[in-house]
Design a protein around this ligand. Structure first.
Ligand code: RM4
Ligand code: MN
Ligand code: MN
Length: 424
């Protein structure tokens, strides 16, 4: 399935007048419209290779049909997303769910679709068939050196795949921890994990980064060895300058102030990347911006402020990735919605009157501070995001065009109904 250029143009010409009207109306009220549109056009969000099929819970999984059966088909799906929004020009691979068999072909395909390889993800939270050692009681923290060695070697293998593809970072998410009090010697678990991570760190190429992702609970429910940003930062600081913390929005305890975490990590030069999703309770992996759009905006507000303070490029300064699971929505429509929500939060953050906010803070004018933030958040920035897409030859309404062209029906026709993608 390929979307033809003329199909996008036809779709856009039908919506052009109404878009133009809304865009011009908005542009009258905001300063630096052109700069914002340019920034939006540059901003790309990586799609995870493990989230192109239907997700499930431990209670069940309800397939949607037409799921990609191989890495090549997954890249085809991301290619479609990128054609529709021109903001999904990267893929984040999960090994061993998506081992690139023929590197050369995969690279050619990526070039055809205009995709870059973002952070590589390792997996030491599941046992693979034929594997010598089991991760039942952890991987890098394990009391048995042989298990730790296997986990380290797997990560080094993942780096090698990444080097071949042109990626430049490795994300390590560990499910290590304990389910019951007394099960684990916390200090030994930390030291073992640090030693294992140090071995992986030593294998990083010169220009690579390692992202240490944290998570408060699940699958371990009493303790997680990398359970919060403090623990992750401790590891990252001990590892060295190529090590950073990765923030997954769903990995905090309820009500955590994620925007403050982000702000401080950025200040310390230790924020490496992001996994976007949304949640009501825990690691719900819902569509970004679907439950707490204001929080997403507040996070972007800190990201923009913190990156500007350090003169970082917004698009390339951090790793921007989605990490979501789709239980009831079409995975591709869900991803289009997530990307749109992220772009909107970014656009709103760019609108914040930073000088005004600083002045209001210096006067302890709390009311004005809130007014300034909410002025930006309550601006309907959809025409700005749509304008960025229009200029990049993407669709004014990506989900609308996805449906008009009956993309899912065509994918089912090509791949069949009962296909299952590897991943969550
Ligand atoms: C974890 C974590 C990781 C992701 C896996 C699939 O909860 O978020 O980033 O690789 O899920
Ligand atoms: Mn994640
Ligand atoms: Mn997660």
């Amino acid at each position: 399935m390929k979307i033809e250029r003329y199909q996008i143009e036809e779709h856009n010409s039908k919506l052009a007048q109404s878009h133009q009207r809304k865009f011009e109306f908005l542009a009258q009220d905001i300063q630096g419209t052109e700069d914002i549109v340019q920034k939006l056009m540059k901003f790309q969000i990586a799609i995870p290779s493990w989230a192109l099929g239907t997700g499930g819970t431990r209670f069940g999984r309800f397939s949607g049909g037409g799921e990609p059966r191989s890495l090549e088909e997954k890249m085809g799906d991301i290619g479609l997303l990128h054609q529709l929004n021109q903001s999904s020009g990267a893929i984040s691979l999960h090994i061993p769910w998506d081992i690139p068999e023929n590197i050369q072909d995969i690279k050619v395909l990526a070039a055809q679709y205009g995709l870059r390889f973002d952070a590589m993800n390792s997996n030491t939270f599941q046992d693979q068939p034929g594997q010598d050692q089991s991760y039942k009681f952890g991987s890098m923290q394990h009391i048995d050196k042989a298990v730790r060695k296997q986990a380290v070697e797997h990560n080094i293998e993942v780096i090698k795949h990444g080097v071949a593809l042109g990626s430049d970072s490795l994300t390590v998410w560990l499910s290590d921890g304990s389910c019951f009090p007394g099960q684990l010697n916390f200090r030994r678990a930390f030291e073992n994990t640090l030693e294992s991570l140090q071995e992986v760190y030593a294998a990083l190429p010169e220009d690579w980064k390692i992202f240490v992702e944290y998570k408060a609970f699940e699958p371990n429910f009493y303790s997680m060895t990398v359970g919060d940003w403090g623990q992750s930062l401790l590891f990252a600081n001990k590892l060295g300058p190529k090590a950073y913390t990765l923030v997954d929005l769903g990995h905090h305890l309820p009500n955590a102030n994620i925007e403050q975490i982000v702000s401080l990590l950025l200040m310390e030069g230790k924020l490496g990347g992001f996994h976007f999703n949304d949640s009501k309770y825990g690691d719900d992996d819902l569509t970004a911006g679907s439950v707490k759009p204001y929080q997403l905006f507040l996070i972007f507000n800190e990201l923009v402020a913190g990156m500007d303070a350090k003169g970082m490029d917004h698009a390339s300064g951090l790793g921007w990735m989605i990490d979501a699971s789709h239980n009831v929505k079409d995975p591709l429509e869900d991803l289009l919605q997530s990307v749109e929500a992220i772009m909107m939060a970014y656009a709103q953050a760019l609108l914040v009157d930073k000088m005004g906010l600083e002045e209001a803070r210096m006067q302890n004018d709390v009311v004005r501070c809130q007014e300034i933030l909410q002025n930006a958040f309550r601006t309907d920035v959809r025409p700005l995001v749509a304008e960025a897409r229009l200029r990049a030859n993407a669709a004014l309404n990506p989900v609308g065009l996805f449906r008009e062209l009956q993309v899912r029906e065509k994918l089912i026709g090509e791949r069949g109904f009962k296909t299952v993608a590897t991943g969550l």
